[in-house]
Design a protein around this ligand. Structure first.
Ligand code: FB9
Length: 507
């Protein structure tokens, strides 16, 4: 492998040149060694990182030099356009101008330059058209010679006027060359001892580590970004809310069914079948399967009764409740449908035990779309079932919940929900906007909802809800919801957005 043995590492060549001359320019060395300039620059950077970084000193320089364009390279190799055209003319008979113009790709430029150089004469009286003759026997292709001088770096052999003419013909360009002047550092050496980067078992066993130099740790270097996926901002904020509920002792409800029966989504919540929220313009109905079939029939009968005749001290809605309506499958319009299922299940236990549930998942509403509303959103919902809970308990837990989000100032406004009485809209003071903004809704589930399930009369259930999108858009400064969710989302936003830390109040 003679060739390999003769190959001296570029680092050693550079050090040797610096040693011999005291200083080198990376651009000159690249030409001398016939390697790309960037190879020499990379070598200099590598040498600068060795030891304590004082082997060499590299100072950036900037110079200008003439460089051949691709057309200039072509002319330097094959001759100028005018020389090529002159060679295409028959020495005695001349050549028809029409043929000459097809003799080479740049014949037109060549003809013009050859005429200007006095190399040609033209006979326009010929029967078969203008004929071009050589005016001289031989020519000197000075353009090619000048370009070859420039390519070789002998620019001083070419006059300024000639350089100006070559530039005008776009055969050369002036380029800025950034290079480095390399001189000896305080720890200059030509004998490279690459520092070890790993302490190996062999070194420890043989003791050879004692004679080795090890590369110092660079504690400032950043870790390599692992090629990995990136969580969507919504999912980051969901995790923060989930953590808050878990800290407060809540258990997560199973929300993995987007399709729900109207029974659990509306009827079980004592929402009458003629309520406007139950028609097509607010709710998405499922075509296939169109109907749900599996209901706890004894419970369903109690729901039917409380709607149509009343009961438990309520007069009901006194309408003809229809099973057909309750069977219709929809995309759930709120996660309160899941809360209803969980409370019914809780009521089936032999002995009632207080419970705290939460859910954070997608709900669907056939709503008018705008910059902050899509036909779906993630609902966050908290539910507490215990003996004799009051509105005061609800207000207290809302303060506790929102305090964990750094929100202390709350106001409550009476509101209406079909399934809660009393109900309250929750407001907090937005320092940035200098105004009170709605941050959720809440209430105490009605007896007409709870008692048909079989929950004890002295058990009450308080609940509240908000969306995941609103706080996420505020947290990440997103104005249009389509910049956060949907097919137009810029995935780079998902990759770039920082981790989410919701402002948590001290415990
Ligand atoms: O999320 C809402 N606003 C909000 C929430 C948080 C926030 O920042 C964080 C605190 C730091 C900023 C704003 N809202 C509820 C209020 C409005 O945005 C409202 O215009 C939009 N609402 C959605 C439904 O609109 C069709 C938000 C969504 C909502 C509303 C009500 C409930 C859930 C979500 C509920 C409920 C409920 C009530 C009683 C019992 C059980 C559940």
């Amino acid at each position: 492998m003679a060739e390999e043995e003769d190959t001296i590492p570029v680092e050693e060549m550079v050090l040797s040149l610096v040693d011999q001359t005291g200083s080198i320019n990376t651009s000159d060395v690249a030409k001398k060694l016939n390697v790309d300039h960037q190879v020499i620059v990379g070598t200099v950077k590598s040498l600068q990182s060795l030891g304590s970084g004082n082997i060499i000193i590299a100072k950036q320089q900037q110079s200008e030099r003439w460089e051949l364009t691709s057309e200039g390279e072509e002319v330097a190799q094959r001759g100028s356009h005018e020389a090529i055209l002159f060679a295409a003319i028959h020495p005695e008979k001349g050549t028809l101008q029409s043929h000459l113009m097809k003799s080479s790709p740049n014949a037109k430029v060549g003809f013009s330059k050859a005429m200007s150089a006095g190399w040609l004469t033209i006979d326009k009286k010929g029967e078969d058209g203008p004929r071009v003759f050589r005016k001289v026997n031989t020519i000197v292709d000075t353009v090619q010679q000048q370009l070859q001088q420039v390519a070789a770096g002998n620019v001083t052999e070419v006059s300024d006027q000639q350089l100006k003419e070559l530039k005008k013909r776009k055969l050369i360009n002036m380029v800025v060359v950034k290079s480095f002047l390399v001189t000896k550092g305080s720890e200059f050496t030509t004998s490279l001892e690459k520092p070890e980067t790993d302490l190996t078992p062999e070194m420890l066993a043989s003791g050879s580590w004692k004679d080795k130099k090890f590369k110092p740790y660079n504690f400032d270097s950043l870790g390599v970004m692992p090629p990995s996926g990136h969580l969507h901002p919504l999912m980051k904020v969901r995790t923060e809310y989930r953590q808050i509920f878990l800290e407060m002792g809540f258990s997560e409800m199973p929300t993995n069914n987007f399709v729900e029966s109207s029974f659990w989504n509306f009827d079980a919540l004592f929402q009458p079948q003629q309520h406007p929220a139950r028609d097509m313009h607010d709710t998405f109905f499922v075509k296939e399967p169109r109907h749900a079939t599996d209901f706890p029939m004894d419970y369903l009968e109690r729901v039917k009764t409380v709607h149509s005749e009343g009961g438990y001290g309520s007069q009901g809605y006194l309408y003809d409740w229809k099973l057909e309506e309750a069977k219709k499958n929809i995309l759930r319009t709120h996660t309160t449908a899941v809360s209803a299922r969980m409370l019914y299940k809780l009521a089936q236990q032999e002995t009632f035990r207080p419970a705290k549930y939460f859910s954070i998942d997608r709900v669907f509403r056939n709503e008018t779309l705008d910059a902050t509303h899509l036909a779906e959103f993630h609902q966050i919902e908290g539910v507490v079932a215990d003996y004799n809970l009051t509105l005061g308990d609800l207000i207290g837990i809302l303060y506790e919940f929102f305090k964990k989000l750094g929100i202390m100032k709350l106001r409550f406004k009476p509101a209406f929900n079909p399934y809660t009485e009393p109900s309250m809209e929750v407001f907090s003071y937005h320092e940035g906007l200098q105004k009170w903004v709605e941050i959720g809704n809440s209430g105490v589930f009605r007896p007409e909802m709870l008692l048909p399930m079989g929950l004890p009369k002295d058990v009450s259930v308080i609940a509240w809800g908000l969306s995941l999108e609103r706080p996420t858009m505020i947290k990440y400064g997103i104005d249009n919801i389509r910049d956060m969710v949907g097919h137009k989302v810029n995935l780079q936003m998902v990759q770039d957005n920082p981790l989410c830390r919701l402002d948590k109040s001290p415990q």
